[in-house]
Design a protein around this ligand. Structure first.
Ligand SMILES: Cc1cc2nc3c(=O)[nH]c(=O)nc-3n(C[C@H](O)[C@H](O)[C@H](O)COP(=O)(O)O)c2cc1C
Length: 352
C-alpha cells in the first residue's frame, strides 16, 4: 500500500469543481502527506495537463480521483424542478444549462490513468467493474473506492479494491454512495469505521468532518490507516476555491445535505437557494448539475453566495487560511499530542 510509504497518515481529498489544483496537491505531497488530483468535471485533456504540471512540482507518488457514472434517468422526473428554478436563472440574466446526461468521460480518464501509470486511482459515486480494476492493477496502480455503507464496501472488496475510503455523512461535497436513493441510511464516520473494520481486513481511509489532528488520532485509533480531509484544505492559498466560497467558510452557518444544485446528495453551507429548493430537488445527476452550472457561474462572477454550492463538511468552522504545508505540520503536531494524551489517560486508569 502506497500509504505505508507516506510519512504522515493524512490524505488531501480530491476536490472537484475548482478547488483542486496541482499546486495544492504538490504542496501536500512535498509536506510528507498524500494528495489527490480531482478528475471530476474536467476534460481528459485538462486532467492530463494537471498530471504534467504536478510532475514538474513533485516527484512523490500521487492520486487521481475519477467519478463513476450514474445511471440515466427519465427527463420527466426532473422537468418540474427545472420549472421551479428557471426564475433563479432569469434573475441572474442567464438561462439554465441543457440538463444532459454524460459519463464524465469515465473510460478516457481510466485510459489516461493507465497510460500515466498513476500510483493511486480512487473512485467515487460507484465501484468500477472488476475488469477496470484489473486493468489499473496491470498498470501498477493501487485502487481506492469510496464507500458509505457495508454493502458498498463488500461490493468494492469483491471487485478487487485495495483500499476503502469510508465516507461518513459529516463529509463536505457529494456523498460518494453508489446509488443516490432518498431512503438510504446515512452513517456517521465513527459508526461506519466500526462496521467496516469489523467486516473486512482491507485497509480503510476515513473521511468526513475531520478538521483537527485530534480527529485524525480518533480515526486512527478506530482502525483507519489514514484520514482524508477535504474542507480543511479549501482555504489554503494553493487551492482554487472561489472567493465567495472562501468567504462563506469564514462565516457561522449550518450545513445540510441537498440535491438542489446537482441532483445528487451533497453537503454544503445552507444558503437561500439550498433552503428554498432542497425539498423539491430530484435525484437526477448530472442533469441538474449541468442545468444549474450557468446560474452558479453567474453567482460566482457576481460574488453572490446565495446561488452557489458552498460545499463544506460539518466541521468547516475549524478551517483556516494557512498554506497547505503549515496545515499538515499543525495537524501532525496535534495528532502526536492527542495520541500522547490518550496514552497518558490509559496509563492513569491502569489499562496499559
Ligand atoms: C469542495 C469539495 C469537492 C469534493 N470533490 C470530491 C471529488 O472530486 N471526489 C471525491 O471522491 N470526493 C470529493 N469530495 C469529498 C471528499 O473526498 C471527502 O469525502 C470530504 O471532503 C470529507 O469531508 P470533509 O470535507 O469534512 O473533510 C469533495 C469535497 C468537497 C468539500
Amino acid at each position: 500500500m502506497w500509504l505505508d510509504r507516506v510519512g504522515i497518515p493524512i490524505v488531501q481529498a480530491p476536490l472537484a469543481g475548482g478547488a483542486s489544483t496541482p499546486a495544492l496537491t504538490a504542496a501536500v505531497l512535498n509536506a510528507g502527506a498524500f494528495g489527490f488530483l480531482a478528475a471530476g468535471y474536467k476534460t481528459p485533456e485538462t486532467v492530463a495537463a494537471d498530471i504534467t504540471t504536478l510532475r514538474t512540482l513533485t516527484d512523490s507518488p500521487y492520486g487521481l480521483n475519477i467519478f463513476v457514472p450514474d445511471d440515466d434517468v427519465d427527463p420527466g422526473s426532473f422537468a418540474p424542478y427545472l420549472d421551479e428554478i428557471a426564475p433563479e436563472a432569469d434573475r441572474h440574466g442567464v438561462t439554465l444549462g441543457e440538463p444532459r446526461y454524460d459519463d464524465d468521460a469515465f473510460g478516457t480518464k481510466v485510459e489516461l490513468a493507465v497510460s500515466e501509470r498513476v500510483p493511486v486511482v480512487s473512485f467515487t459515486f460507484g465501484c468500477p467493474e472488476a475488469a477496470v480494476i484489473r486493468l489499473l492493477h496491470g498498470a501498477g496502480s493501487e485502487v481506492w473506492v469510496t464507500v458509505t455503507d457495508i454493502q458498498e464496501a463488500e461490493a468494492a472488496v469483491a471487485a478487487g479494491a485495495d483500499v476503502l475510503v469510508a465516507q461518513g455523512s459529516e463529509a463536505g461535497g457529494h456523498r460518494g454512495c453508489f446509488l443516490d436513493r432518498t431512503d438510504r441510511e446515512d452513517y456517521g464516520l465513527l459508526v461506519l469505521l466500526q462496521l467496516l473494520t469489523a467486516r473486512t481486513d482491507v485497509p480503510v481511509v476515513a473521511t468526513g468532518g475531520i478538521g483537527t489532528g485530534a480527529a485524525v488520532a480518533a480515526v486512527l485509533t478506530a482502525g483507519a490507516c489514514a484520514a482524508q480531509l477535504g474542507t480543511a484544505f479549501l482555504r489554503c492559498p494553493e487551492a482554487g476555491t472561489s472567493t465567495p466560497h472562501r468567504d462563506a467558510l469564514t462565516r457561522y452557518g449550518r450545513t445540510r445535505l441537498t440535491r438542489a444544485f446537482t441532483g445528487r446528495s451533497a453537503r454544503g453551507i445552507e444558503n437561500r437557494f439550498l433552503s428554498e429548493h432542497t425539498s423539491a430537488a430530484p435525484v437526477a445527476y448530472p442533469q441538474i448539475h449541468h442545468a444549474t452550472a450557468p446560474l452558479r457561474a453567474a453567482g460566482r462572477a457576481a460574488g453572490d453566495p446565495d446561488v452557489l454550492n458552498l460545499w463544506a463538511g460539518q466541521a468547516y468552522s475549524l478551517t483556516d487560511d494557512k498554506p497547505a504545508a503549515d496545515l499538515i505540520a499543525d495537524l501532525s503536531h496535534e495528532l502526536a499530542t492527542a495520541l500522547a494524551s490518550a496514552s497518558r489517560r490509559v496509563r492513569e486508569v491502569g489499562l496499559d
